[in-house]
Design a binder for this molecule. Structure first.
Ligand SMILES: Cc1cc2nc3c(=O)[nH]c(=O)nc-3n(C[C@H](O)[C@H](O)[C@H](O)COP(=O)(O)OP(=O)(O)OC[C@H]3O[C@@H](n4cnc5c(N)ncnc54)[C@H](O)[C@@H]3O)c2cc1C
Length: 558
């Protein structure tokens, strides 16, 4: 089927800025340019936010450990952005109590000095004093907007009481407040929606790939579904393809060596003992090899991560059995009595950090800072590559990328995004309960349904509530927290092209232990009906999605 919308866009806009890669950074740049009313086309060769941005640990943070690497400006930037997100996206980014268990007093000083002086030492355990120093600095850097409580120490007896099963050798827990985003893919999608609503010259398409056209100044866009090719004359191309940045540049005829990516995996485990041990705290702790690992409450489950392994090609990233063993062993270093089995794994996922090329031996010490670099192709197309960085810093990073585009176009910035709410964070109520009651009255929804929608979509819940027909609040399945009318809304309004887009990114269905074969069949049939797939296409979607869910995401029950 021909991609009419893309074709029309290219007919109407002869020289838009072309953004390649719709991870969080591409989406944020897209919004920045739309705010300045600069025609821009955002494309992704897969689904939106299906790369590193979907594989992150979901921490919205400054990065306590980057302090000892002397990355003060990164920590300040990230903490400022975290605090802005608490204000601008309160529906998506929430404060979370963060706990660092500590097992000795003095250890870590020598190492931290080495790392601070860039003498490349893999860390050993950090003791009370070094963590105290880090947390004092962290509070200081986070002071802007005064949104989080200062740190405190919880000493052994209280810590063991608070977290049943915590290793008895613990001396204390350093406790502070940081940020967490449960569904990062949604916030990225809301940036796209905001940009498209802001300016008709800004349009985003998934499943479209770009390569350099022969001879002329054109870039060729290939729709991955119809295989149709459309030429576009964009004088500026911004490459926000994260870990794929060098591969994308190569396909545009430019050789670069910007990225030295490392793979990180996570598992979501259904282990009630571990869940009750961590409570509502995010645990940040060191494994015996010096790597910092995380345990994060994730609904009824626990998100366990992460590894940091060099990898040649981002397409190869998948969570291996060795990594799973590593996670189980690492958790047992702080909660020794927790017993794991592989059938507790609800889902697993992996991605590649788009880190700046580095020869550090210890991958955890590679800088997480971001960069923009400018190159010209032989036929004088300007390519701006944006890479590195954290999910947390997407707005400030996009702001600097947009400034570079403005400079190339000889234009001045007219709008700043710093104080702009995102998506369902707009007109966010001070009193959520009042909003939920009003929502339920206005659309004749049950209180439970209004609450579910508000929790997932913030103030955008109104749009979805409007879509309810026949007052039916039927759920998608007996275990599902999603409603049928809600799913229909998403299919029709959120650029869902494949079954996996719906299950893995527009919703959290895959990560909440909801999936069964019959649920997949139901969703495929719904999508087939709404999108107009043939029976053969429905069957193909079902088979491909099953394969992905089993092999790449280790979804249990399939
Ligand atoms: C394991 C792990 C844990 C992390 N944890 C955190 C964390 O807790 N907190 C935090 O702040 N940060 C974290 N990060 C870092 C953060 O996730 C990344 O820095 C950020 O998501 C990078 O976003 P991006 O948009 O640059 O790249 P990506 O999200 O990878 O987006 C790139 C996009 O480009 C597309 N693409 C590729 N090639 C092409 C092409 N030729 N044409 C068009 N499109 C193309 C891909 O499909 C993809 O959607 C983590 C990263 C990983 C991997």
């Amino acid at each position: 089927m021909k991609n009419n919308k893309l074709y029309q866009y290219c007919e109407n806009h002869k020289k838009p800025v072309l953004i390649l890669g719709a991870g969080i950074n591409g989406c944020a740049l897209f919004r920045e340019l739309a705010l300045q009313k600069i025609p821009c086309l955002l494309i992704d060769k897969q689904d939106f936010s299906s790369g590193a941005s979907a594989a992150c640990s979901r921490m919205v943070h400054g990065g306590l450990r980057y302090l000892e690497q002397g990355e003060f400006s990164l920590v300040t930037e990230a903490l400022t952005e975290r605090n802005l997100l608490f204000r601008n996206a309160p529906h998506a980014v929430k404060p979370i109590k963060t706990s660092v268990p500590i097992f000795n007093w003095l250890s870590g000083f020598g190492n931290s000095v080495f790392k601070f002086l860039k003498l490349n030492k893999a860390p050993t355990a950090r003791g009370v004093f070094i963590i105290k120093l880090g947390l004092v600095f962290y509070d200081w850097f986070a002071r802007k907007y005064h949104q989080t409580k200062k740190h405190r120490f919880v000493w052994k007896a209280q810590a063991i009481k608070q977290h049943i099963g915590l290793h008895k050798n613990v001396i204390a827990i350093g406790e502070y407040s940081d940020g967490f985003v449960k569904h990062p893919e949604r916030l990225a999608f809301e940036l796209i929606q905001d940009a498209e609503n802001e300016f008709s010259g800004a349009r985003a398409f998934n499943y479209v790939e770009a390569t350099l056209g022969r001879g002329c100044r054109a870039v060729e866009l290939k729709d991955m579904n119809s295989l149709e090719v459309i030429s576009i004359h964009s004088p500026i191309v911004v490459n926000t393809t994260g870990p794929w940045v060098d591969f994308t540049n190569a396909s545009l005829g430019v050789t670069t060596d910007f990225i030295g990516g490392t793979k990180g995996s996570h598992i979501i485990v259904d282990n009630p003992n571990l869940k009750s041990a961590i409570g509502d705290h995010l645990f940040l702790y060191e494994n015996s090899d010096g790597r910092v690992c995380v345990l994060i409450p994730y609904g009824n489950f626990v998100l366990v991560g992460t590894s940091d392994i060099r990898i040649d090609h981002p397409d190869q990233a998948e969570c291996t059995t060795d990594e799973i063993d590593y996670f189980f062993q690492a958790v047992n270093n702080i909660f020794p009595d927790v017993v794991f089995s592989t059938n507790q794994i609800v889902a697993a996922f992996a991605g590649v950090r788009p880190l700046v090329q580095s020869n550090q031996n210890f991958t955890g010490s590679i800088s997480r800072d971001h960069q923009c670099q400018l190159n010209k192709t032989d036929n004088q197309i300007t390519i701006i590559s944006m890479f590195g960085g954290k999910w947390t810093t997407f707005r400030s990073f996009a702001e600097s990328g947009a400034d570079m585009v403005l400079q190339e176009l000889n234009l001045k910035r007219s709008v700043y995004s710093k104080n702009l709410a995102i998506g369902g964070g707009k007109s966010y109520p001070d009193n959520s309960d009042e909003f939920i009651i009003d929502l339920s009255k206005k659309f004749e929804l049950s209180y439970q349904c209004a609450t579910d929608l508000f929790k997932r979509y913030g103030t955008y819940s109104e749009r979805i509530a409007e879509y309810i027909s026949d007052k039916s609040e039927e759920r998608l399945g007996s275990k599902s927290s999603y409603y049928l009318f809600e799913i229909e809304y998403l299919i029709l309004n959120e650029k869902v092209k494949q079954l996996e887009d719906l299950i893995l990114r527009r919703t959290l269905i895959a990560f909440q232990d909801e999936i069964t074969i019959s649920l997949l069949e139901k969703l495929a049939a719904m999508m087939g009906k709404q999108i107009g797939w043939s029976d053969k296409e429905v069957h193909q979607q079902l088979e491909t999605t099953k394969e992905i869910l089993i092999n790449r995401y280790r979804i249990r029950n399939l």
